[in-house]
Design a protein around this ligand. Structure first.
Ligand code: ADP
Ligand code: TRP
Length: 342
């Protein structure tokens, strides 16, 4: 019997930072370890999504491949036969499926997407692509019959939309699509009610983000280990002078505790036991700075050693295999809507 599919996409229009790593890449690597052999894992770069907001197009191709290498350096095992890594734009069915799905999507439902509202407010010219991008995301998911779609908080609404659309199409045309599980079940599956959210070191009320201009608060995976350690030592904390794990009252200190736990692969409770109640913030910062420094040195060394030729061979083989799967779903849909003989 075919295995259930876990699928996620990671945008590649910029370099990754520690938030992307701990919030998105590491959870996928952990899912792979936990479910090896049991599930099919699709991890792809949605390169067509990259310019829903303006980017430097001269860098996109290189950035896509650099980010694919980060997956491997992070520990993704490319020899797992059930793991597929691919670039969205190399599988044309994504674009074709998007058009068909577009015609069954309501203007009103796309207008309600909070991600669209947030991003469109920040721009003078809002592209139709930005408005439409949840439909492309739905195509990404439905083409492969994915049941599990681990995503960050900001993307959950798009998964709900995908479910609605799949159910609508199934009602109209019969069993066309596998309907992804709802958000409650998705959260149970990843073992986290709340997705990881790393805060900016400078403005711990906000998330660490490349999109916001905040270099001192953001640790890029390409920062030198010393530079990154310095950012940690200068992190904003508070004047309570007592360490507690409470994002409401002490977001800066809690963020540091969270980074320490995730980088060390330790349960949060264990780290909290060690630190909560202590009064010396400098000591905590030094411990986090050390952990970040070691993590970056190790990751960068692994990145330099990734065998690019072998990775590209894997990607190209996976793209061939996934084209077959995607084309099979597309044909089924083309038949249902009357574009091909039934
Ligand atoms: P950015 O906000 O830096 O532009 P993206 O929106 O491209 O990042 O996010 C790519 C992935 O990384 C998404 O899955 C998102 O949920 C995750 N991610 C981004 N920032 C963080 C963060 N600070 N903490 C945890 N996960 C994050
Ligand atoms: N929209 C997601 C983001 O911005 C990336 C993405 C594209 C995705 N297609 C997907 C995630 C399909 C999960 C499944 O982060």
């Amino acid at each position: 019997m075919a295995k259930d599919v876990i699928l996620t996409g990671l945008r590649a229009n910029s370099e990754f930072h520690l938030g992307n790593y701990l919030g998105a890449i590491l959870p996928m690597v952990e899912l792979q370890k936990k479910h090896a052999g049991q599930y099919q894992l699709n991890m792809f770069i949605p390169d067509l999504h990259s310019f829903t907001t303006p980017i430097d197009h001269g860098k996109l191709y290189e950035q896509t491949h650099q980010n694919l290498k980060v997956f491997v350096a992070a520990g993704l095992d490319i020899d797992q036969p059930d793991t597929f890594i691919y670039r969205q734009s190399y599988i044309p069915a994504h674009s074709e499926m998007t058009w068909i799905l577009d015609c069954f999507t309501y203007f009103g439902e796309l207008s309600r997407m909070t991600e669209f509202k947030d991003k469109s407010e920040k721009q003078a010219n809002v592209s139709a692509g930005l408005f439409n991008y949840p439909v492309l995301m739905a195509a990404d998911i439905l083409l492969y019959g994915a049941k599990w779609v681990p995503v960050g908080d900001d993307q959950r609404q798009h998964v709900e939309f995908t479910r609605d659309l799949a159910i609508r199409m199934n009602n109209k045309f019969g069993d066309l699509f596998v309907v992804p599980e709802d958000n409650t079940k998705q959260a149970e599956f990843t073992g986290r009610a709340e997705p990881v959210r790393i805060r900016s070191l400078r403005n711990p009320e906000k998330k660490m983000s490349k999109s916001i201009d905040d270099p001192a608060g953001t640790i890029m995976l390409s920062d030198s280990p010393e530079e990154a350690a310095k950012k940690v030592m200068e992190a904003t904390t508070d004047s309570e002078a007592s360490i507690r794990f409470d994002f409401e009252k002490q977001p800066g200190v809690s963020n540091l505790l969270q980074i320490l736990a995730l980088l060390g692969g330790k349960p949060q409770e264990e780290i909290n036991k060690q630190w909560v109640g202590k009064t010396n913030y400098g000591e905590l910062k030094s411990a986090v700075a050390e952990a970040v420094k070691n993590f970056l040195a190790d990751l960068q060394a692994k990145l330099a050693k990734v065998d690019e030729a072998r990775l590209m061979k894997k990607i190209e083989a996976d793209e061939k295999a996934m084209q077959k799967v995607a084309n099979t779903t597309l044909l089924k849909v083309q038949k249902a809507v009357g574009l091909r003989p039934a």
